[in-house]
Design a protein around this ligand. Structure first.
Ligand code: CP3
Length: 352
C-alpha cells in the first residue's frame, strides 16, 4: 500500500537517520550507479536521446531514469541521474561521451586553458540538472532520500587533464607533482564551481550529497592530503557554513590507510568504503567517527553464486552494529543480472 502523503519529519527516512549517527536494523541500502545500463528500462530511455550528455541535461529523461531503480527495487535512496563531467562542461571545456568508449575531453594543459567565466555564468548550463532534482523530489516516496552529487576536484581534474579515462595518470600526476602552484589554480577553480553547484542542488531538493573521488588511490600520501583531503575539506566547509543540516558522504576510493582521519580532516558525515577496506578495521577505526557506507565488490554482485550471500552477511555482520548504509564498493557493472540485485536487497532486508 502506498504510504499516506502526510508531511513526515525528516527522521523517518532511514538514510537520514543513519547519517545522523543512529543504527538501523536492517540498514538502509542503495547502490552507486544504480540507474544505468544493467536496467532494460534505462537502455530504452537512453535510446531516446542522441548522446549521454543530452540525457543528463534533459529533465524529462533524467528524472525518469533517476526513479527507475526506486520503482524496481525500492532502494532507500535515489541518486540524481547526471555525471561528474558536467562540471568541466560548465567550465567551458569540450566534453563528449563516445559510444562504447567512455568520456573524451579536450585535454587541459595549463590554467590558461580555463575560460574566464563568472560563477553565475558557469551555472547556466547546469540549470536542467536542478530542474531534474525538483521533479524527482516531488515524485519520490516519503521514506526515500534524494542524493545529489559531484566529483571531487582531484578526480574531475584527472579527466580534464588526461582528456578521458587513464591507465597511469601520468599527465595529471606530472602536473600535480611537478608544478603544484599551477595545478592549485585548477583545483581552486573546481572547488569554487563544485561548491556553487552543490549549494544549488541542495536548494533544488537534494537532501544528502556524495563527493566521488574515484581516483583518490593513485597519489603518494602527501599529494593525497593536498589534492584529495584539502579540496574536499574546503567544499565541506563552504557547504556546512551555508547549509549545515545536509549530510555529506565522502568516497575517497582506494585511499587505504588514508581513510583513517579522512572524516575528521574533511568534515564529511559518512565514509564510502571501497571493497578493499578490511571490515573489522573499519568498524574499530572509522565507524566511531562517521557513518560508514559500502562495500560489496561489484564483481561479487555480478558473479553471484553462494558466495554472494556469504559476503553480504559478512559485511552486515561487521558494520551493521553501528551507523551503516549498505552499498557497493564502486559502481554497479552493466552486465550485472537483475536477479542478483533482487537477491541482494532481499538478503540485506531480511536480516533483522
Ligand atoms: O545511478 C547513478 O549513480 C547516477 C548517475 C551517475 C553516472 N555517473 C551516470 C553514468 C553517477 C553518480 C556517475 C558518477 C561518475 N561518472 C563517476 C564517479 C563514480 C565512478 O564510477 O567512479 C565517474 C568517474 C564518472 C565519469 C564517467 N561517466 C565515465 C568514466 C563514464 C564511462 C564509463 C562508464 O561507466 O560507462 C561515464 C558514463 C556514464 N555515467 C554512464 C552512466 C549511466 C554510461 C553512459 C551511457 O549510458 O551511455
Amino acid at each position: 500500500m502506498k504510504p499516506a502523503q502526510i508531511p513526515t519529519p525528516l527522521k523517518t527516512k532511514p538514510l537520514l537517520t543513519v547519517l545522523g549517527g543512529e543504527t538501523l536494523t536492517p540498514p538502509p541500502i542503495w547502490l552507486m550507479r544504480q540507474a544505468g545500463r544493467y536496467l532494460p528500462e534505462y537502455r530504452a530511455t537512453r535510446a531516446k536521446a542522441p548522446d549521454f550528455l543530452s540525457v543528463c541535461f534533459n529533465p524529462d529523461l533524467a528524472s525518469e531514469i533517476t526513479l527507475q531503480p526506486i520503482k524496481r527495487f525500492g532502494f532507500d535512496a535515489a541518486i540524481l541521474f547526471s555525471d561528474i563531467l558536467v562540471i568541466p562542461h560548465a567550465l567551458g571545456r569540450h566534453v563528449e561521451f563516445r559510444e562504447g568508449e567512455g568520456p573524451a575531453l579536450a585535454p587541459l594543459e595549463s590554467p590558461r586553458g580555463l575560460a574566464a567565466l563568472s560563477e553565475e555564468e558557469s551555472m547556466v548550463p547546469l540549470a536542467p540538472v536542478f530542474e531534474t532534482i525538483r521533479r524527482v523530489k516531488a515524485a519520490l516516496p516519503a521514506d526515500t532520500t534524494l542524493i545529489g552529487f559531484a566529483g571531487a576536484p582531484w578526480t574531475v581534474a584527472t579527466y580534464m587533464v588526461e582528456g578521458g579515462s587513464s591507465r597511469d595518470f601520468s599527465r595529471v600526476k606530472s602536473w600535480a607533482l611537478g608544478d603544484p602552484d599551477g595545478f592549485q589554480v585548477l583545483i581552486d577553480r573546481l572547488v569554487d564551481a563544485t561548491s556553487a553547484y552543490l549549494i544549488r542542488q541542495i536548494d533544488a531538493g537534494a537532501e544528502v550529497l556524495q563527493l566521488f573521488d574515484s581516483w583518490a588511490g593513485v597519489l603518494p600520501a602527501p599529494a593525497f592530503q593536498r589534492w584529495c583531503v584539502a579540496p574536499v575539506r574546503e567544499i565541506v566547509l563552504r557547504l556546512k557554513k551555508l547549509r549545515p543540516l545536509v549530510p555529506i558522504i565522502g568516497f575517497p576510493r582506494g585511499a587505504g590507510l588514508g581513510y583513517q582521519g579522512f572524516a575528521s580532516a574533511t568534515g564529511v558525515d559518512c565514509l564510502g568504503l571501497d571493497s578493499t577496506v578490511p571490515l573489522h578495521w573499519a568498524a574499530q577505526a572509522l565507524q566511531p567517527q562517521a557513518t560508514l557506507q559500502g562495500n560489496l565488490d561489484p564483481i561479487q554482485l555480478l558473479a553471484g553464486g553462494g558466495n554472494l550471500k556469504t559476503e553480504i552477511l559478512r559485511i552486515v555482520g561487521a558494520l551493521g552494529r553501528g551507523p551503516f548504509i549498505f552499498n557497493l564498493g564502486h559502481g554497479i557493472l552493466p552486465k550485472t543480472p537483475i536477479a542478483h540485485v533482487e537477491d541482494l536487497v532481499t538478503t540485506v532486508r531480511s536480516r533483522s
